[in-house]
Design a protein. Sequence first.
Length: 316
Amino acid sequence: MDGQNRLQEKKKSIWISLTGYRTLYVLKLLIEESRSPEELIEILKCNPYTKKSLSKDTIRLTINTLKKAGCEISRLNKSTNYKYVLYSHPFVLNFSNDELNSLLNLRKNASEKLSWQKILILNSFFEKIIKLSMDENKIDYVNSTAFFANVDKDVLKQLSNPNLYGKKVQIKYLSPKQGEEIIDIVVGEISSSQGKMYLSCYNYKYNANSILNVERIREIKTIYLTNEVEYEDFYEVEYELFGDSLASYKKENYETIIEKNSDSIKVKAQVYNEFFFIQRLLLFGADFKIISPDSFREKIINKIKSIRKRYQNEKI
């Protein structure tokens, strides 16, 4: 019985070259970022396969092995902050333009159906893949064309923290009309639509609920040490209606007509369900115009562009 157990344990064992494993692991670490010998040793100590017999000499020998295999790695000097910098290596993924475009179309189609949280995970996955190409032009292109590419990651990390929900904060915001300005808001829900990310909030500048394009939020300057602020979970949109749609217009209970003349009306809507409100506006065709807020106007424009793009290649 003991013999059978030993045989089974032997079958379960996986034999690997520790030197080879350590070499590939160090390559992976240097692909991620430049590291000093001390940093490499600390990381290798945490790996169950590389934690033994570690020293600066071990690291030096591993680096020399990678150089002999075709890797271009800097020496330790002041200009590199005494870190090993991996300039290039022969173990790259080569993507043709057609292959790259296919991958990006796959990412785009998937992103249109995912939540903003999952889109960020997808972006990170593609960032890691394209980094293996070692082609700076392709890396920049893939990263710059991702959904939410212009969203500040530090700002998003703060805004998505559940502890900040309902809190009053001061932000630096790049307004399409006013330029850069400092405003106070109460943080609400984050949502996404057509490749853009939006923050519902209470805006103290206008004493009203509104939505802000997250990529226009440059910085969170202050988090006020006050109790949570309660506010209605809606925002206001003003739009003008004209043309043929004017005759068939029926006011919803969340709408107020604030101005009326023979050619058009101006309506203020309290938007609780954004999806259904956008669908309502699109039914007016070309007979409406968003007056405010600017962020909602941007969202409608992006929505219309997306719809138009879907049909632009179809023949009539």
